[in-house]
Every structure is written in C-alpha cells, then in structure tokens.
Design a protein around this ligand. Structure first.
Ligand SMILES: Cc1ncc(COP(=O)(O)O)c(C=O)c1O
Length: 455
C-alpha cells in the first residue's frame, strides 16, 4: 500500500516501471508530478497531503465528485454479489436495468444498448454497426465522413475517424481513409471565413461530400456541440442540427459521439438535446459511471438493430465483444450515477454554476495572451495566443499550455491543457467557492506563465 512508502519511493518505482498514456516520458522521467492518493468531492489529495481542485474531472469523467457514498456503496454491494459473468449469450440484472435507464433518458428512437469499457471501443462498435447495417441490407458502404479536429479515441478505427494532426499523424499509414469536412472552428476558420459564413460553409461541405458519395457513405461521425480534444471547439448554435438535417436528407446514418459531452457536461444530459437531434447511433462513456469505473455504451435505433436480425447462418450478427462487456460492477456504478443525478437534481443545480462560470471567465477573456474563451456548460477552453490581434500562436517550444498547468499545481489545482488551450472541466458537483478558486488560480497561472513576454 502507498501508505507504507514515501512519495520519493513511489516516484522511483513509477519511473522504473510505468509507461504513462499521452505523456512524453522523457519529460516525465525528470519531473516530480504529484502522486494522487485520495479524492474527496472536487478535491484530489496527494501522498504528501497536498490538496488540488480536480480542474478537469480526472480527464472529463467525474460528475458528482470523488468518494460519493451512493456510488461507492453501489460498487461495494455489487462486488459482494456478482463481480463478473460474461455478457456473451448471458445476462444479469445490473446491465439490464442500466440499459433500460439509458434508453429512458437518451434522445428519441435510441432503444438498444451495446456495452463496452471505454469511449474508443464504443466508437469502434458504432463504426462496425454502421458498416454492417448497410451490408446486412445488401449495400456495400465503406466510407465514413469525419470532421477536422475530431477526436473519438485511440484505437485504429476511432483514430481513422479522428482528425487531430498532433495525435493522429504518426499512425496515418495504419488508418482507413475517410472524407473529412472542415471543423466549425470559427475563431480560426479552416476556410478563412468568419462567423456566420464559416458555420454555413462547414455544414455545406458535408452536403457536397454526401452528394459526391451518395451511395457510399455508411455514416457521418460527429462530436455534438463541442469538439473536445480538438481544443474545446464550440460549434455555433444550430450547427449540429444543420449537420443532422443534411445527413438525414442524404439518407446516411448519423453517429453522434457523446463520450465527452454526455452526462450533463454541456448543461443537458446529452448535448444532442439542445438542438433536438436524434441520431441513429450514439456513443457514451466517461461520465456514465460518474467517473468511477470504465464503462461505455453504443446506443442504436430499432431500424439499425433490426438489420441484424436473421438466422445465424446468414452472419448478420454483430461480431464484436470483450471479456468484460457489460461488467455488473460498472453497471451498478452507472445506475447509482443516474440515481444521484435525480436525487441531487444535478442538472437543475448546474445552470446557476454555468452562469457564474461565464462571469468568472470574463477577466480571463480580457487577458492580453488569451485569444478566445469557449464555454458550453462546465466545459471550457481558453485559447492562449502570442498576439490577440493577429491570433499568432505561441512558439511550440514554449509549451505555453503545459506551463500554465504546471503553474496551477502549487496554487492547488490540477488542469491539463490541449496544446495551448487551457481546459477547465470541473465535476458538475463543484461548489461555487471552489469554482471561484479554480478560475482565479487559472488566471494567476496564465499571468505567471506569460510573465516577461511581450505581446
Ligand atoms: C468525443 C470522444 N470520444 C471518444 C473518446 C475516447 O474515450 P476513451 O478515452 O474512454 O477511450 C474521447 C476521449 O476523450 C472523446 O472525447
């Protein structure tokens, strides 16, 4: 147990044996990052007793805070009853109940739930579902439409429909080709336009692709309202509805990836709801268990599901599954997570916090090295720039986003940037005082990281 070992001993053991995800290990090996031992509400506590606000919800997963008794008790109780039993050809009460509950809160029409363990797997399943849907109906459709700056996870299919140069370029030779449309990133419009023409032109690029490949596109894959890992790129109001309408008009499937945006993150249970979009397939993950255990799901309409119904010898089965598909302990955590949403009226109580955060962010938006502040619910991206007027980026060697995150730690907050976009994404349960503190630490950290630099 860590309690028996000093922080230094733990660090030495980590350096000797651990390989961290998305972490330049050459830097890590020379760093003294905190070793987190406990979590309480919105706070993480390290092995030396230092307390940090969990400013990114432990990679966007935590919803109701750490160590919430309802979720912890549900996990413990389920662990005593049934830890795991395969979901391949068998079933169990927690996953059945969770599927029912997810269907009840999902956008209309989604009525089948396929469980996996992480967001990337949920996306892989969505891609296979869409491809097989057409195949089972006698059509060979292999093309997916992806969005520039999109991110859907790190497995090869998910990377193929993703489009973040920095993360994905290395693996290009391994990926399947997609038709990529521009991202509605109006602050730096890929088409060189400004809002609203940027918004309209990005959507009509989809119309063009679908016209050119009318009978070839299996599905359009989008992140609703906000492209998360691409830099918290908030699409203009109405953009998602426009994209959905175009996909519908061309008769292709729409896959909406709610892995980052689902479970209240943008202010409603699912982001799609805000523009009345009902996708054919929807992926969820991250916040599904409140951030306690790895679980994800791919939801599909009856129309998609029905295309898989045939005698086994016709091979319309969805050939996908994992050893831990539908794990009962994770399902119990997810049921408890949804129960807390109801008991604590989480979404209702979120709205004032969203507005308070909007106000708190104003001084940051005025900072000479901040080009754009984007907020949807409790999802915030602060884009740092070397020059506000020209939108010139900082030299990459300065690692400005990482500098800000590093400056935040001794001040008592853990934040993790995306390049030079500082991300704030606290648990939905964060209280007002802690929210004020988080934003103030962020401003001070931007000040420290940019001190001495001429705009
Ligand atoms: C929109 C979206 N889809 C999928 C994923 C992948 O989820 P996971 O990291 O659980 O595989 C992420 C992760 O950030 C995401 O933001």
């Amino acid at each position: 147990m860590s309690r028996d070992r000093t922080t230094d001993a733990l660090r030495a053991a980590d350096r000797a044996n651990v390989w961290h995800p998305f972490t330049p290990m050459s830097v890590w090996l020379g760093e003294d990052a905190p070793i987190i031992e406990r979590g309480e509400g919105s706070i993480l506590i390290d092995t030396d007793g230092n307390r940090y606000i969990d400013g990114v919800s432990s990679l966007w997963v935590n919803v109701h805070g750490h160590s919430h008794p309802t979720i912890v008790d549900a996990i413990v109780s389920q662990a005593r009853t049934l830890q795991h039993s395969t979901f391949l050809g068998l079933s169990h009460p927690p996953a059945i109940e969770l599927a029912e509950r997810l269907v009840a809160i999902a956008p209309p029409g989604l009525e089948r739930v396929f469980f996996s363990e992480n967001g990337a797997a949920a996306v892989e399943v969505a891609l296979k579902m869409a491809f097989s849907f057409w195949r089972n109906r006698g059509e060979q459709r292999t093309r997916f439409v992806s969005v520039q700056n999109g991110y859907h996870g790190d497995t090869i299919g998910a990377v193929s429909v993703g489009a973040i140069e920095r993360f994905h370029e290395t693996y290009r030779p391994l990926l399947f080709e997609t038709s990529q449309i521009p991202s509605p990133y109006c602050y730096r419009c890929p088409l060189g336009l400004t809002y609203p023409s940027c918004d309209i032109a990005c959507a009509s690029a989809l119309d063009d692709v679908l016209t050119r490949h009318e009978d070839d596109v299996a599905a359009v894959v989008v992140e609703p309202l906000v492209q998360g890992a691409g830099g918290i790129i908030a699409a203009p109001d109405g953009h998602l509805a426009r994209v959905a309408e175009i996909a519908r008009r061309h008769g292709t499937l729409l896959i909406v990836d709610e892995v980052a945006t689902g479970f209240g993150r943008t202010g409603t249970m699912f982001a799609c709801e805000q523009e009345d979009v009902a996708p054919d397939i929807m992926t969820v993950g991250k916040g599904i268990t409140g951030g306690y255990l790895p679980l994800s799901a791919t939801l599909a309409t009856a129309e998609v599901f029905d295309a898989f119904l045939a005698p086994p010898e016709e091979h319309r089965t969805l050939y996908h599954g994992h050893s831990y598909s539908g794990n009962p302990i994770t399902a119990a955590a997810a049921i408890a997570n949804l129960a807390v949403f109801e008991e604590e009226r989480t979404l209702e109580r979120l709205q004032p916090k969203v507005e308070i955060l909007r106000m708190l962010l104003k001084p940051i938006a005025d900072h000479p090295f901040v080009g754009d502040v984007r907020q949807r619910g409790l999802m915030v991206g602060i884009e740092l720039v070397a020059n506000r007027n020209t939108k010139r980026e900082f030299d990459e060697s300065l690692q400005m986003g990482a500098r800000v995150a590093r400056a935040a730690r001794p001040r008592g907050a853990i934040i993790r940037p995306l390049g030079d976009v500082v991300v704030l994404m606290p648990p939905l349960s964060i209280d007002e005082d802690t929210l004020v503190k988080l934003v103030s630490i962020t401003l001070d950290s931007i000040e420290e990281a940019t001190a001495g630099i001429e705009p």
